[in-house]
Design a protein around this ligand. Structure first.
Ligand SMILES: *Cc1c(COP(=O)(O)O)cnc(C)c1O
Length: 495
């Protein structure tokens, strides 16, 4: 039965892949990391002839070592089907001198769908494999997109309930409407009076609350996480890097083995970490270009070696990246520290006590392949307008952060390596910011008028996800303080 997963903070805490998916977070607050990252066992050339589902199987069977082939195929086939509005699942398009991997063709039109369409299947399969009788309660903090994608994935899935917390004033109007109109009978949504980091910290505290876990267990419930700390999110995200790279081979743009760069608009560091794992599995990536918005902790970290969250939290036009504590960075730190749980635990202790830590020079040297930069909301607007003027292609605000940083990287380095840009959301999700970037006069219009205007100028039909919420009624209207999160969760579960 293959390798195990291990906590980044305690080398003695291990789990099988299915146990790690069920638990989400290790009991010491650490993240589960694989003991090995296996190399792909089919050639990139062969992969280039496969469909998305087939590529997903080849990647996931290596990482989720205790799932049978039948179990994996069941999960994959149910996840990547006609819920996606493009039969390629991830179309890769050439615009602005780069290959844009559109990761937003799923049910909620953000890249979170790539993992959250499959997570419920992985989770319920894992529960069956481990003879779990409890109902699984998914607890999720969201900066805007995970929330709806997780709700859509888990809605009415037998044996599960899901609670989502979002920053009340920190998401786009469309994002909020998508969440609060969720109809699933097993769902609960609350806005909190705080920012994403408050929501994420609150959820992590609930996970680490052993007394509460005990009480839940007695009542027949157990918590799990749909956040990107769950390896059940990370592993499916590796797939689209393998897929996108091999599409470039299929198109004759690159030869098997040629190096590429990737640019990833980053918040919690999950998406870019998946790209890094894909490279460890055999995708030749030269530079990982980490694009931040004004909350540029990662840019500062890559340039100085110090991670410092002591700073003002800035609300930007790319709200899904408004994050100061990038949870998944811990997995990279652990690796840079030579897979030392002890060293990593010390850095994380400093982070929680003082809000910062500095890695050693030795560790910093191994960051060579990472490049960080950032784009302000003004630069994002300029980039949206510029790319639209070039060929009519409309970027969302998050992808525009990536494109802006890509331009900066090229100007600085002259590097012309073929580049894949992860496009993480449909512009329809951030219509106000996108349309006013193209022409400030649009600001006078209502949210759904802007949707119709976007359809006119982009020649892409309004996605179903948006049509559905036009007239949908608000079902969830809870707003709470972060101190009250435990109380509202218990209330939701009726305990
Ligand atoms: C979540 C999200 C991101 C950030 O991804 P991470 O994995 O948290 O780094 C970027 N763009 C959009 C649209 C998102 O929803």
């Amino acid at each position: 039965m293959g390798f195990l997963y291990r906590s980044t903070r305690n080398a003695d805490e291990t789990a099988t892949a299915s146990e790690a998916i069920l638990k989400g977070l290790a009991s010491d607050g650490g993240l589960f990391v694989p003991d090995e990252i296996p190399a792909l066992d089919v050639s990139l050339k062969e992969l280039s002839k496969m469909t998305y589902r087939e590529v997903a199987f080849e990647v996931m069977k290596l990482m989720l070592t205790d799932f049978t082939d039948e179990e994996l195929r069941y999960c994959i086939n149910n996840a990547y089907d006609s819920k996606f509005d493009n039969e390629l699942i991830v179309p890769v398009k050439y615009h602005h001198n780069a290959y844009i991997a559109e990761l937003f063709h799923g049910k909620t039109i953000a890249f979170k769908d790539m993992a959250l369409s499959i997570l419920p299947y992985l989770m319920t399969t894992a529960a069956r494999k481990n003879n779990i009788k409890n109902e699984i309660v998914i607890l999720t903090a969201t900066s805007g997109d995970t929330g709806k994608a997780a709700l859509a994935g888990f809605a009415d899935v037998p044996g599960t309930k899901i609670a989502v917390f979002y920053p009340k004033n920190g998401v786009s109007p469309i994002q909020e409407k998508q969440m609060v109109t969720e109809k699933g009978k097993n769902t609960f949504v609350a806005g909190i009076t705080g920012n994403f980091d408050d929501a994420q910290t609150g959820v992590k505290q609930i996970f680490n609350n052993t007394e509460l876990a005990k009480e839940l267990d007695e009542k027949g419930f157990q918590f799990s996480s749909a956040n990107s700390i769950n390896i059940g999110r990370l592993v499916p995200q590796i797939v689209y890097y393998v897929y996108s790279y091999t599409r470039l081979i299929a198109a004759g743009t690159i030869n098997e083995g040629d190096k590429i760069n990737v640019v990833v608009p980053t918040g919690n560091f999950g998406n870019i970490l998946a790209a890094y794992y894909a490279s460890l599995m055999g995708i030749p990536v030269d530079r990982f270009i980490c694009a931040s918005n004004d909350n540029k902790v990662l840019y500062d970290f890559f340039t100085t070696g110090t991670y410092d969250r002591n700073r003002e939290f800035i609300l930007t036009s790319s709200p899904s990246m408004d994050i100061l504590i990038s949870s998944n960075l811990e997995r990279l730190i652990y690796r840079l520290a030579g897979n030392s749980a002890e060293d990593n635990a010390e850095f994380m202790k400093q982070l929680s006590e003082t809000g910062k830590y500095t890695i050693t020079d030795e560790m910093k040297k191994n960051l060579f392949h990472f490049y960080g930069n950032f784009a302000t909301s003004e630069e994002v607007a300029e980039t949206i307008r510029k790319v639209y003027d070039e060929d009519g292609y409309v970027l969302d605000t998050h992808t525009a952060v990536a494109v802006n940083v890509f331009d900066k990287y090229r100007a600085e380095t002259g590097d012309t390596t073929p580049t894949i840009i992860a496009s993480t959301a449909s512009p329809y999700k951030f219509t106000r910011s996108v349309m006013t970037a193209i022409d400030p006069a649009y600001d006078a219009k209502g949210d759904f008028e802007l949707v119709d205007e976007l359809e006119k100028i982009s020649a892409t039909p309004v996605p179903k996800a948006i049509e559905e919420i036009r007239t949908a009624e608000v079902i969830h209207n809870t707003v709470c303080d972060k101190e009250d999160m435990v109380k509202v969760v218990k209330n939701f579960l009726g305990i």
